[in-house]
Design a protein around this ligand. Structure first.
Ligand SMILES: [Zn+2]
Length: 270
């Protein structure tokens, strides 16, 4: 890497930065999409992990996903989640992957009710689609710029282009400061979290993440990311999502991740 690197977010010199940046957090199962040192400076890396990724990972629906998919943190922990014991007894579920053990915590008064009950089935609250919140939108803005860097990382002039292109400044600042609100995103489920596999039968891999860029006829750029079957789309140019809805209407609702177009290639799974 060059001695005159700059961070793609704050544009400050980053040659002495030491951290590698996970485009998608490790806690969501990402080991593959990693940017080398200096593409994102230490200060931005640290800021994103506290103020952009953590709030996303702390959302109940994401905690539940991590619990169900056994997505452990770097330290091997899984988040506790709320559950229900039939018919209506709230419980806190904690999994200890190391010991292959799940603890179920209930209040003392509810314990008596459980002992009297004939059967106790644990039900998980149903996770709906992720809400369109500033948390999701900033998380996506960060990943979008980093995914672009990942595609261009082999080309020094490509990273310089990302730094210097003023059209990305709004997106950059949205990730860094979040002052554009609302910045709408499009969220929908395109396949079940366990439902999609890739590769020859027998050794098929579950698709965990995939992403791609969509350029519409109106020259709007969208970043499209799927995490465990939930597709997220954000407009790289500004807080406007109607162009994506229009594109979906024109193409019958297929995900850009699964549409042949402009000779583009679908992102690699995982
Ligand atoms: Zn920076």
């Amino acid at each position: 890497m060059s001695k005159h690197m700059r961070c793609i977010f704050c544009k400050n010199p980053s040659s002495s930065s030491r951290s590698v940046e996970h485009v998608i957090p490790e806690s969501l199962g990402n080991k593959r999409h990693v940017l080398p040192r200096g593409i994102v400076c230490d200060a931005c890396n640290n800021y994103f992990s506290r103020k952009v990724e953590k709030p996303f990972l702390d959302m109940p629906v994401v905690r539940q996903l991590r619990f169900q998919q056994d997505l452990q943190s770097k330290r091997g922990n899984l988040p506790s989640i709320s559950g229900l014991i039939t018919p209506d007894i709230p419980a806190l579920l904690t999994r200890y992957p190391k010991y292959d053990f799940t603890s179920v915590q209930v209040s003392e008064s509810d314990l008596a009710r459980i002992l009297q009950a004939k059967e106790g089935t644990i039900l998980f609250p149903l996770a709906g689609d992720l809400p369109d919140t500033p948390v999701v939108s900033r998380f996506l803005a960060k990943i979008a710029l980093e995914a672009m860097a990942l595609r261009l990382v082999e080309y020094p002039e490509g990273i310089a282009y990302i730094c210097d292109e003023v059209q990305f400044d709004v997106l950059r600042d949205h990730a860094r400061k979040g002052y554009v609100s609302p910045w709408p995103v499009h969220v929908r489920t395109i396949y079940h979290q366990n439902g999609k596999t890739f590769g020859p039968e027998g050794n098929a891999e579950q698709i965990v993440h995939e992403f791609d860029f969509l350029v519409t006829d109106q020259s709007e750029w969208f970043f499209v990311l799927a995490i465990f079957g939930v597709e997220f789309s954000i407009n790289l140019g500004g807080p406007e999502i109607s162009g994506y809805r229009r594109w979906l209407e024109q193409t019958g609702g297929l995900s850009p991740l699964y549409t042949e177009r402009h000779g583009g290639m679908a992102a690699m799974p995982k």
